[in-house]
Design a protein around this ligand. Structure first.
Ligand code: GLA
Length: 378
């Protein structure tokens, strides 16, 4: 009698377990890491809903801002690791693959880095010394804990050549990239090292990225992966361009990571530059068409687009080692404030309440792992 009760109990328990809502990390556990960029409210867990969501869904984390130079090393000789330490501790506690972003970039790097005490540009030797000291200090602090670093971010211009606007380029010259990778390797020989950039899927910038990585590899510089940021929209890049890009990078011997994925559904704002739409009602309506909520049909297009993208990622799972979303829920996204401030954007897989969107359902249901573990997804 007792044993038949038990049989019934376990039967119910099993059915319940196998019907559990699939998670992203479960769905892609055999394919690639799945990550999100975090802000302090998430890794301090002051936003409990979002912290719980991060723990449930993701097995890798990136710091949206807290490891950038301006935050961690705001003044000469002055570091502030408060936020970064907490970010790393959160990832360790939750057994996540922790990413460092980033070491050398033109933006979000304070002016003092490039200047002497009189505000005049420093020379190559001083700047390289500062770069090495920064990298040894930051990478060294998290040695063995931060597993992969975006060593150089956005070094290429649209032409495919190294950007001449970068103060790193202007002062050090084109080998600043090699130097950054060498210093990072010196600081943590086990860490994976990445070159990270946007719009390297097609055109001159794509060929520039291939040439840069080939050159680094042929000079014996340790580079393990290319980060394609993945700031996409409903039409760009085309599926075939994306696939060709993944194949091209894989062929030259680097892993491919999608490091900052989001899909913008709002109208392009480039025509109006950086106009402040909060002051212009007409512009507001035109550029911010969904201030209250995303219409169902647009949500559906977004879901289709995410499904296409993840179908491609899965097809190329041997080449791709990580897919990271740039934010956790729509309210986090930088696209609410860029390139114009004050828009309501919907580029991620979770809505502002932290609830899965149709795009999430489509994405998890694509994977073989989700098919085995989830009987609820239709
Ligand atoms: C770039 C950087 C990121 C971030 C985004 C906007 O892609 O790599 O760190 O600043 O822009 O959030």
């Amino acid at each position: 009698m007792k044993s038949s009760y038990l049989t019934v109990f376990w039967g119910i328990a099993l059915v319940t377990t196998s019907c559990a809502q699939a998670t992203l990390k479960e769905a892609f556990k055999n394919d690639f890491l799945i990550g999100a960029a975090l802000s302090p409210a998430q890794f301090y867990e002051s936003n409990q809903v979002e912290a719980a969501l991060v723990k449930a869904e993701f097995n890798s984390i990136s710091p949206e801002n807290v490891l950038k130079w301006e935050v961690i090393h705001p003044e000469l000789g002055q570091y502030d690791f408060t936020l970064a330490d907490r970010y790393v501790a959160f990832g360790e506690t939750n057994q996540m693959f922790i990413i460092g972003h980033n070491l050398v970039w033109q933006n979000q790097t304070p002016d003092w880095v490039f200047q002497d005490q009189h505000g005049q540009p420093v020379g190559r030797t001083v700047l390289l010394k500062r770069m090495r000291e920064h990298i040894l200090t930051v990478v060294g602090r998290y040695k063995g804990r931060i597993k992969g670093w975006d060593v150089v971010n956005e070094a290429l211009a649209d032409t495919g050549h190294l950007s001449k606007d970068s103060r790193w380029f202007k002062i050090v010259g084109s080998d600043y990239i090699e130097k950054a990778f060498q210093y990072a390797h010196e600081a943590d020989p086990e860490a994976e090292l990445y070159y990270n950039d946007y719009s390297i899927e097609i055109g001159s910038k794509h060929y520039g990225a291939l040439a840069l990585i080939r050159k680094l590899k042929s000079s014996g510089i340790p580079i393990h992966a290319v980060g394609m940021q993945g700031h996409y929209n409903l039409d760009w890049p085309t599926n075939s361009d994306l696939e060709a890009a993944i194949n091209d990078f894989a062929k030259i011997g680097v892993k491919v990571m999608i490091t900052e994925l989001d899909v913008d559904v709002l109208p392009s704002a480039w025509d109006v530059g950086s106009a402040d739409i909060t002051k212009n009602v007409k512009l507001q309506e035109k550029l911010n068409p969904y201030p209250a909520s995303l219409p169902k049909d647009v949500g559906q297009r977004l879901a289709n687009r995410y499904a296409e993208l993840f179908r491609i990622f899965l097809k190329h799972r041997d080449a791709i080692s990580r897919v990271t979303l740039w934010g956790v829920e729509d309210g986090d996204s930088w696209l609410n404030d860029w390139p114009v401030a004050g828009r309501t954007s919907y580029p991620l897989l979770f809505d502002r309440a932290g609830k899965p969107k149709p795009a999430f359902e489509r994405v998890v249901s694509l994977s073989a792992a989700a098919g085995q573990t989830n009987c609820c997804i239709k």
